[in-house]
Design a protein around this ligand. Structure first.
Ligand SMILES: Nc1ncnc2c1ncn2[C@@H]1O[C@H](COP(=O)(O)OP(=O)(O)OP(=O)(O)O)[C@@H](O)[C@H]1O
Ligand SMILES: [Mg+2]
Length: 118
């Protein structure tokens, strides 16, 4: 069976009485590229914030990297990387520098960081 990077079922989120995510399902197999598209205000950023543990969901069976968001958010955080839409340095540094930054953020020793970046 394919491992799933993201397995979200029945994801609900409201801000006050405004329903933003009304029971959505997302299934993303490991090793794939997935694009979540929708009009402005559709709830894309809200979904990403929830799946990256920055804010809580109201309901849903949510697993990222095989870890349950509700019971093991720290394991989720240890298994993901997130790049912001605006507050990012991607355009300012090279691809290699990006890789080295990620290695640093994962606390790899310098030499090991250079090895995996290469
Ligand atoms: N903290 C908040 N409090 C109240 N409403 C919010 C909050 N964050 C987002 N919203 C509302 O929730 C809805 C979904 O917003 P969200 O930012 O998730 O959409 P989006 O799909 O990422 O939009 P965009 O394409 O503009 O980035 C919008 O109506 C937005 O105004
Ligand atoms: Mg957004």
């Amino acid at each position: 069976m394919t491992n799933l990077a993201i397995a979200a079922h029945g994801l609900h989120k409201s801000y006050g009485d405004k329903v933003v995510l009304d029971g959505i399902d997302i299934t993303v197999p490991e090793g794939t590229v997935f694009s979540l598209l929708g009009p402005n205000g559709a709830g894309k950023t809200t979904a990403v914030k929830i799946l990256s543990t920055l804010i809580g969901a109201d309901a849903g069976d949510l697993r990222v990297g095989g870890h349950d968001l509700a019971t093991d958010p720290q394991a989720v955080r240890a298994s993901i990387g997130v790049t912001g839409q605006f507050s990012a340095v991607d355009g300012l540094i090279t691809g290699e520098e990006n890789m080295l930054l990620m290695a640093d953020l994962h606390h790899l020793p310098k030499q090991e960081g250079r090895r995996v970046a290469a």
